[in-house]
Design a protein around this ligand. Structure first.
Ligand SMILES: [Zn+2]
Length: 188
């Protein structure tokens, strides 16, 4: 693992460590997260949060664009992309908490005011446009999924359409399943 990835991991862990002081109270339920570092396309980062159907814990996946990580020797990633995406994780946990008032939940959706408040508290600017000029990549497998075993898998458009229609693929090595809930990013 490259040095910047290690620094990103540490920063993500540090920000999740502050979850108890979040200005918008995050539900105190178990969560786990995994990081991937090879998102392609125009997005600098992505964050996806879903609930484990078995124990209702939160499963968070944060992806980073390798090109974005290299910008300004990684400073932009550490100081902007990481807090931006961790804010999505915390805000989504609030958004998915059905016991919270509707206005709170809606504010935490996407780049809403709830997200922005958390993002700024974590040290991001709260801006939503990414100004680092990433170029679209030509990519025949633009659909990045996380399988149930944690493996990253890139699917073609045809495979993606099958998964979207409910078909599940199996990762040969691990037996993990790729289902439509596992989609984490689409390269532009
Ligand atoms: Zn965002």
């Amino acid at each position: 693992m490259s040095n910047i990835n290690k620094l990103i991991e540490q920063r993500v862990a540090a920000l999740f460590g502050r979850i108890g002081e979040c200005p918008i109270e995050v539900p105190k339920v178990p969560f786990s997260y995994n990081l991937c570092f090879n998102i392609r396309g125009l997005k600098a980062g992505v964050c996806k949060v879903r609930r484990n159907p078995i124990d209702s814990s939160y499963i968070i996946t944060i992806g980073f664009n390798a090109k974005a990580l290299a910008v300004d020797d990684g400073r932009f990633a550490l100081n902007e992309i990481v807090p931006h995406e961790v804010a999505h994780a915390l805000a989504s946990m609030v958004h998915l908490d059905l016991t919270r008032p509707r206005w709170v939940r809606i504010g935490c959706k996407g780049h809403g005011p709830g997200w922005k408040r958390i993002a700024q508290w974590l040290g991001a600017t709260g801006k939503t446009t990414c100004s680092i000029g990433l170029q679209p990549s030509r990519n025949t497998r633009p659909y990045l999924y996380i399988a149930s075993c944690g493996t990253e898998a890139r699917l073609t458009k045809g495979q993606h359409q099958k998964v979207a229609a409910g078909l599940r693929f199996t990762v040969k090595k691990t037996g993990g399943k790729i289902s439509k809930e596992g989609l984490i990013s689409v390269a532009a």
